[in-house]
Design a protein around this ligand. Structure first.
Ligand SMILES: Cc1cc2nc3c(=O)[nH]c(=O)nc-3n(C[C@H](O)[C@H](O)[C@H](O)COP(=O)(O)OP(=O)(O)OC[C@H]3O[C@@H](n4cnc5c(N)ncnc54)[C@H](O)[C@@H]3O)c2cc1C
Length: 375
């Protein structure tokens, strides 16, 4: 039986970033069930970094992640992780009050956002239908994330620091063992002081393996489909475009437009596939908002964004169960928040509290702690 300090279940972005943060001074093992670590949510995102997206806690975690993503440590990544894109939030004439409210809500943490008139929105995205755009907000600092580069860099750097990373290694049993945990896989068992549950959509199932109550995780399917852009238009510089209700969005992706109906269908954790109805819905919403006749479609995919009821992450030790640490419910924000989420988790595991950078952003630990779900 292998003995280590910290065992992480799940090799998505959350587990990989934490393995990197902790392996500098702990013996860490990361066990991933699939043949590669980015098989589930991490490999299926739309790769956007937006400091205006999500709750206050999410926005603080995103802003706190920015410096690492913009300027990773020397030798960490073979190329830039973020690429400028910009995000345009659009509202119809009947949604302008929502747009104003969103602007007021967004500004404190992301001051680099600007209200745009309808003509300014149409200059940025000429194929929007004029009757569908009353005004907009431009977040010029929004970026594309090179997710695979970031994820692989975390795994590579963690390995270089001594972390053990095993794929095709499902965790099938977890039980208390002395002061720690015994973790079983089909290929053998591990002994660890701290068990980190970074199992994405399966986090409640992993908790139950350990006899820990679930947190009520809701895996929600989201669909993305690629379509041919309007003929003759150079789309490379288009911003990410999202409507103020987040009922659809699109962005350029390898010469095509990646479009999502922003679906959130509650499903059981699984290797989800796109449904025809959701693809049709993406087409419909795109063609309602834009002057586009979709003539050619590319591939489509779906993935799980997992939430708890308040849509904040679950990060921290399970109350009254020593050594069981949650790193779950990262919703639609797990990539853009990965550096700060891992930094917070590592600091809590080291019993060092909330990192200063997050405190300075008025981050409230209670909003992500598992304690809030146990009252
Ligand atoms: C369509 C879509 C668009 C998105 N867009 C964005 C975006 O633009 N920006 C952003 O920041 N985020 C985005 N997200 C969200 C982001 O992808 C997730 O928040 C993030 O990937 C979650 O990472 P994770 O490590 O928690 O989960 P995962 O990547 O799912 O990793 C969990 C891993 O745990 C493993 N596992 C489960 N059970 C076991 C077990 N028993 N033993 C061993 N391993 C196990 C799984 O195989 C899996 O690999 C999007 C998601 C989707 C689906």
């Amino acid at each position: 039986m292998e003995r280590i300090d910290i065992l992480i279940v799940g090799g998505g972005i959350a587990g990989a970033a934490l393995a990197y943060a902790l392996s500098v001074d702990h013996r860490v093992a990361l066990l991933e069930r699939e043949t590669h670590c980015g098989y589930h949510a991490t490999g299926r995102s739309v790769a956007v970094y937006s400091e205006t997206y999500g709750s206050r806690a999410i926005r603080a975690l995103t802003v706190a992640s920015g410096p690492f993503l913009r300027h990773p440590p020397d030798g960490f990544s073979p190329g830039p992780i973020l690429h400028p894109r910009g995000a345009l939030h659009i509202a119809r004439g009947d949604q302008l009050e929502k747009l104003t409210a969103a602007l007021i809500e967004m500004q404190p943490l992301a001051p680099a956002i600007n209200p745009l008139t309808a003509p300014e929105c149409l200059t940025l995205v000429p194929f929007l239908r004029p009757d569908q755009v009353g005004a907009g907000i431009l977040e010029s600092g929004a970026c594309d994330i090179d997710v695979d580069l970031l994820h692989q860099a975390y795994l590579r750097a963690a390995r270089a620091q001594g972390a053990i990373i095993r794929t095709e290694m499902p965790v099938i049993g977890i039980r208390p063992d002395g002061d720690g945990w015994r973790v079983d896989t089909p290929a053998g068992s591990w002994q660890t002081w701290t068990l980190v549950n970074a199992a994405g959509a399966w986090a409640d199932q992993v908790a139950q393996l350990a006899g820990v109550a679930p947190v009520g995780l809701e895996p929600r399917r989201r669909t993305v489909t690629l379509v041919e852009p309007p003929a003759g238009l150079d789309i490379a510089r288009l911003p990410f475009v999202v409507d103020i209700d987040e009922s659809f969005y699109f962005k350029p992706s390898a010469g095509m437009l990646a479009v999502s109906p922003a679906d959130e269908t509650l499903v059981e954790p699984a290797d989800v596939q796109p449904e025809e109805l959701d693809i049709a819905s993406a087409m419909d919403r795109l063609q309602t908002a834009c002057n586009i006749q979709v003539t050619r479609k590319g591939r489509s995919w779906a993935g799980l964004r997992s939430f708890v009821a308040d849509r904040n992450p679950v990060i921290g030790f399970e109350p009254r169960i020593p050594g069981f640490f949650w790193l779950a419910a990262l919703g639609g924000y797990g990539i853009q928040t990965a550096p700060a989420v891992a930094g917070l988790a590592a600091s809590l595991i080291r019993d060092q509290g909330v990192p200063d950078r997050l405190t300075s952003l008025h981050f409230d630990l209670a909003t992500v702690s598992p304690d809030r779900l146990r009252r």
